[in-house]
Design a protein around this ligand. Sequence first.
Ligand SMILES: Cc1cc2nc3c(=O)[nH]c(=O)nc-3n(C[C@H](O)[C@H](O)[C@H](O)COP(=O)(O)OP(=O)(O)OC[C@H]3O[C@@H](n4cnc5c(N)ncnc54)[C@H](O)[C@@H]3O)c2cc1C
Length: 322
Amino acid sequence: MALRSHASGWFMTERNKLRSAFGGSLREYEPLAKHTTSRIGGAAEFLVVADSAAVLAEQVRTARQLGLPFFILGAGANVLISDSGVRGLVIVNRARDVRIDEVGETPSVRVESGANLSLLARQCAARGLSGLEWAAGIPGTVGGAIYGNAGAHGSDIAASLQLAEILHDDGRVKRWDVSELSFGYRTSALKRARAAGQGGHVVLAAEFALVRRDPAECLERMDTWTAYRRRTQPPGASLGSMFKNPPGDYAGRLIEAAGLKGLKVGGAEISPVHANFFLNTGEARAADVFALIHQAHAAVKTQFDIDLALEVELVGEWGGQC
Ligand SMILES: Cc1cc2nc3c(=O)[nH]c(=O)nc-3n(C[C@H](O)[C@H](O)[C@H](O)COP(=O)(O)OP(=O)(O)OC[C@H]3O[C@@H](n4cnc5c(N)ncnc54)[C@H](O)[C@@H]3O)c2cc1C
């Protein structure tokens, strides 16, 4: 139990401060498998749930004041959390308020960052507010989608986001114009900054600029994308696309061409339907998926001299494995 032995290093006074700051809402050693779409992940040393953007901001400020590392978890649809779990505080974002203002010429949509992106897209489509239909069937929160610039069918979050309300490291909230987020293929200024160890800005809320169209057309478009997903992607517990597509090619095609469709390690499997989807067939551990990642990466590198980059983020303690 790596986490328990680490936790014993925590001075009791610090633990008590944490308990008194978060009260009864603080959970300890909460299994994160319950909070990810892959149903994989060790325990969070500490975990709280944020049910509004204001609470989310307060929890982050408290963690910072206590000097406690924190990690924001949306729907856990783009993270592989290690079997030994996450030290510090995991904040599960369920801030889901949605406000749609249709008065005036330009409809505005303000949404808290824990809202489910696909549900938001459907809600907007039903009112004839177009721009997010591509998100049909994508699991994940608005915050996670902004962090990683989620996208599909030739569009992405960057295309209709107007601004994001960001909690900065110094505790201030600022409104970032879409250009400041500096979006790229499955990346953003927020993601690049964290990768470079330069801060952990948090998305609290977002505003979208959508255009008016016929609601029936919007919903039909969403249904078409949903049907396409059902035809081409496997059902079951997964993390979505494991690797980013390299320029001019598809990670799934390359892994399939390397002969790895259906490869299993423990309870994890490279999907026989779509080779860029790695499935938890029941009792998979993060280490099983990690082994498949290595095999797929190595096979594609050896056979095609292409260095696939992970789309999924590795989170937690990996004991020098990565
Ligand atoms: C079946 C399936 C299909 C998928 N299809 C697609 C697809 O078509 N296109 C696509 O782009 N993705 C796809 N994904 C991946 C995933 O749905 C997206 O990446 C999604 O945007 C992740 O959101 P999340 O809330 O689950 O983020 P999480 O996985 O919870 O977190 C991902 C990262 O975002 C950070 N983060 C989350 N919220 C915030 C916040 N409020 N502020 C700051 N940082 C934050 C986290 O700390 C973490 O670093 C798919 C996944 C699955 C399981």
